[in-house]
Design a protein around this ligand. Structure first.
Ligand code: ATP
Length: 207
């Protein structure tokens, strides 16, 4: 039986938005992935814990709502359930153990990949997985060139041209604080959760 090509899409997803959905779908298609596993981060090691606004359960619920109805997209709670900051290089072996023989692709925006040297053990990470750099407005793939001389496994970074969607979670949170609409910037089910739970409203306190 063919085990398949699996994309892992890690992120804070605070909240998940159409920029995320579009790169997941277009990378899946371009690289002929069989499935994409969304992995919401618990306590992100590279972001200030206090900068994450919605708690992990709400972020997971929003990712679950976003992937609903797409049988190729699933959600994995490994990082949220760990209850401690997890680095991608440590998360991947756990996920890979569950599907022996899979071919692994870690999906990121080009902005994240250009910071790869600040990630834990980037060369070992690139041994664990191919790293996909999806285009993102404002980030030039040429900017990845500086990594070439610094990473042994640079050739395991694969750029994928995606529709450029200028949406960020930061912009969504900012609009919410300003009382502006974020409808259609996020999948409908995510919008409903944001509205029902009153996420991202108010004085900027953690929710
Ligand atoms: P924030 O604004 O809070 O930093 P974000 O919108 O960048 O959040 P994350 O959850 O941090 O969202 O992103 C997860 C991954 O998705 C990262 O690799 C990021 O580069 C990528 N990404 C996010 N938004 C886009 C977008 N609009 N286009 C392409 N890639 C994106």
């Amino acid at each position: 039986m063919r085990v398949g090509r699996i994309g892992i899409f890690g992120g804070t997803f605070d909240p998940i938005h159409l920029g995320h959905m579009i790169i997941a779908e277009q990378v899946r298609e371009e690289l002929r992935l069989d499935s994409v596993v969304f992995v919401p981060g618990g306590i992100p090691p590279h972001k200030e814990a206090s900068s994450v606004r919605a708690n992990a359960e709400y972020r997971v619920a929003m990712v679950e709502a976003a992937v609903e109805g797409n049988e190729r997209f699933t959600v994995d709670r490994v990082e949220v359930d760990a209850g401690r900051p997890m680095h991608t290089v440590d998360t991947l072996p756990i996920l890979k153990e569950r599907v022996p023989g899979g071919e692994w692709y870690f999906i990121t925006g080009a902005d994240e990949v250009s910071n790869l040297l600040s990630w834990k053990e980037p060369d070992r990470l690139l041994e664990e997985t191919i790293m996909v750099a999806a285009t993102r407005p404002g980030y030039d793939l040429a900017a990845l060139g500086h990594l070439e001389a610094r990473l042994r496994n640079f050739d395991r970074i694969v750029p994928v041209e995606c529709s450029r969607v200028d949406i960020s979670a930061t912009a969504i949170r900012r609009r919410m604080l300003q009382g502006k609409s974020v409808r259609y910037m996020v999948p409908d089910g995510v919008y409903e959760i944001i509205e029902d739970r009153g996420l991202y409203e108010g004085d900027g306190k953690r929710i």
